[in-house]
Design a protein around this ligand. Structure first.
Ligand code: PEP
Ligand code: MG
Length: 585
């Protein structure tokens, strides 16, 4: 038996055999010498994979043409040319015959040489071709290697999924009923794997580092997502403890479920709003089950992350309408496409960049790809005719971006009307405050936006200059840092001064101890993965706004995160103990 510690990312306890997904290039591409009579067959294998890749690229090109225009389609057109280039084929065949190595290894070597040559070229056009070669080579390889990732959708037995990292699209397409827990080498509490694991209520321990190399496919792992603990080769006592924790969690869930229909109001009568963050439309109903009073953040980009599929206006409209109707009159805030960063979408032209977190992300991407943006805005406005919908822009960092985005909302509305669709005259348009620049200019932005939602996952990332998905610096991704708290306080104060609602949809809002501080700073709306709603509601119902304000005053005078965290944990524990004494079960 051996225990490993990682980052607790999604609570719950599960035990199942490990399913190890290895995606390291060098590991996943085997290398062997062919028998002399196997070379022809190997070449045919290559040609077969090329044909499959061509069909796939043709589909991507057609979709890109509709969704993103000719410029984008041209990238795939260039890939098709490569996939039929006789010189390239001659070279690869020659290499295959000279080295008699398996074709995957030949492709990897050939790609490496070519990419090195192109990347060293002076001409930026040639440098850019390196990315195309890489993309085409990956595509052919994935067919030769039988697309290991696709098996995630086909899982037929219960597993603990072990991987270096998982793409958002893996999380969306995997068979969620069979993945009992997730363990990864990389990642942090607010990485998208963590967010989706919490959304799907799958226990997860992330950021285990190289220790995951030790896990063997098929060995039993016990994962305790709340404590960040993974146990391999567990003894009988560990299995019994795991079962006991599962039962205790179920009992607590049943107890908290009693709060579902009670209002989120403090003991001195301040009414707060508790809403859910959702990533896929199927989360709307469970959110209601956890007592959500609306959707505070619908991460619409997950609709776009199905590999090879770009949803058009009608398809998006149906999804947004479905969520709005499921929420039966409660407000639904749809965040416009937030791609780039770790959410790469080659189909729309968002590609790997040198500095993706500081690059062509979110609203920046949408303002450059107006057709993609207008299509989404039309779909949201049409869906808004069926309930209470709001539009929210991610990653606004300058007032000009907000102005331009609002102009495009007006254009989208006018276009809907020209096409005969019914759309509301007014839909609230708000912004996420998730870049320090936006928090610092929140007095200016508050004059233009109809509401703010503080996205602490990114706000912390950009304030502390720390990649939120990098386990090595995860200790700095900390909501209680004085710098972060000052930005939050300033944002809330500026929203209040301008008379607009202010909420939070970053993960900080899901921590009951942090909720005490946020209440004291004047936050009105808390939006989070819906499973966390009951415990935050319990805290908010057990405290007075006056008491929270006093706590906030104490905290804002502190000079370290450790001090803040210890103080809030103690206050929250005291409040919980007091509440259970006053209301014994
Ligand atoms: C955030 O940044 O806090 C946020 C809620 O958005 P996301 O996690 O999707 O980046
Ligand atoms: Mg964000």
């Amino acid at each position: 038996m051996k225990e490993y510690r990682g980052i607790p990312a999604s609570s719950g306890v599960a035990a199942a055999p490990a399913f190890v997904l290895r995606e390291d290039e060098e590991l996943s591409v085997p290398s062997y010498v062919l028998q002399p009579d196997a070379v022809d067959e190997e070449w045919r294998r290559f040609l077969g994979a090329v044909e499959k890749a061509k069909t796939e690229v043709e589909e991507l090109r057609d979709k890109a043409r509709v969704a993103a225009g000719e410029e984008q389609a041209a990238i795939f057109e260039a890939h098709l040319l490569m996939l039929s280039d006789p010189d390239l084929f001659d070279n690869i065949e020659q290499n295959l015959r000279d080295t008699a190595r398996n074709i995957e290894r030949v492709i990897v070597e050939f790609e490496r040489e070519l990419v090195e040559k192109l990347a060293g070229a002076e001409d930026p056009y040639l440098q850019a071709r390196a990315a195309d070669i890489h993309d085409v080579a990956r595509r052919i390889l994935s067919h030769l290697l039988l697309r290991e990732r696709l098996t995630l959708a086909d899982l037929e037995v219960d597993v603990v999924l072990v991987a270096r990292d998982l793409l958002p699209s893996d999380m969306i397409s995997m068979n969620r009923h069979r993945v009992k827990a997730i363990v990864t080498e990389a990642g942090g509490r607010t990485s998208h794997v963590a967010i989706l694991a919490r959304a799907f209520e799958i226990p997860a321990v992330l950021g285990l580092g190289e220790a995951i190399e030790e896990f063997e496919a098929g060995e039993i792992l016990v994962v305790d997502g709340g404590r960040g603990l993974v146990t391999s080769d567990p003894d009988a006592a560990t299995m019994v403890r795991a079962e006991a924790s599962r039962n205790a969690a179920l009992a607590l869930e049943r107890e908290l479920a009693l709060l579902r229909d009670l209002p989120a109001a403090t003991t001195d009568g301040r009414r707060l709003l508790l809403k859910a963050n959702i990533e896929v439309p199927e989360e709307a109903l469970p959110a209601l089950g956890h007592g959500a009073e609306g959707v505070g953040l619908f991460r619409s980009e997950f609709l776009f992350l199905q590999p090879g599929h770009v949803p058009g206006e009608d398809e998006q409209y149906k999804v947004y309408r479905r969520v709005i109707e499921s929420m039966a009159g409660r407000p639904v805030t749809i965040r416009t496409l937030d791609i780039g960063g770790d959410k790469v979408l080659p189909e729309l032209g968002a590609l790997d960049e040198k500095n993706p977190l500081l690059g062509w992300r979110a609203i920046r991407f949408c303002l450059a790809k107006e057709e993609v943006f207008l299509t989404q805005l039309r779909a949201i406005l049409r869906a808004a005719a069926h309930g209470d919908a709001r539009i929210m822009f991610p990653m606004i960092s300058a007032p000009e971006e907000l102005e331009r985005a609002m102009t495009l909302v007006r254009e989208a509305r006018a276009e809907c009307r020209r096409r005969g669709h019914e759309v509301p005259d007014w839909v609230p348009v708000g912004i996420m405050i998730e870049v320090p620049a936006a928090a610092l200019a929140s007095d200016i932005l508050a004059k233009r936006a109809n509401f703010f939602s503080i996205g602490t996952n990114d706000l912390i990332q950009y304030t502390m200059a720390v990649d939120r998905g990098n386990e090595k610096v995860a200790y700095l991704h900390d909501p209680f840092q004085p710098s972060v708290l000052r930005l939050i306080r300033q944002t809330i104060a500026n929203a209040k001064a301008a008379g607009i609602p202010v909420g939070m949809c970053g993960e900080m809002a899901a921590d009951p101890a942090a909720a005490l501080l946020l209440l004291g700073l004047g936050l009105e709306e808390f939006s989070m993965s819906s499973a966390s709603l009951p415990s935050v509601k319990r805290l908010l119902r057990s405290v007075s706004a006056a008491e929270a304000e006093e706590a906030a005053r104490d905290v804002m005078a502190m000079s370290s995160s450790a001090e803040v965290s210890a103080y809030l944990a103690e206050r929250a524990a005291f409040i919980a103990a007091r509440a259970s004494k006053e209301n014994p079960k």
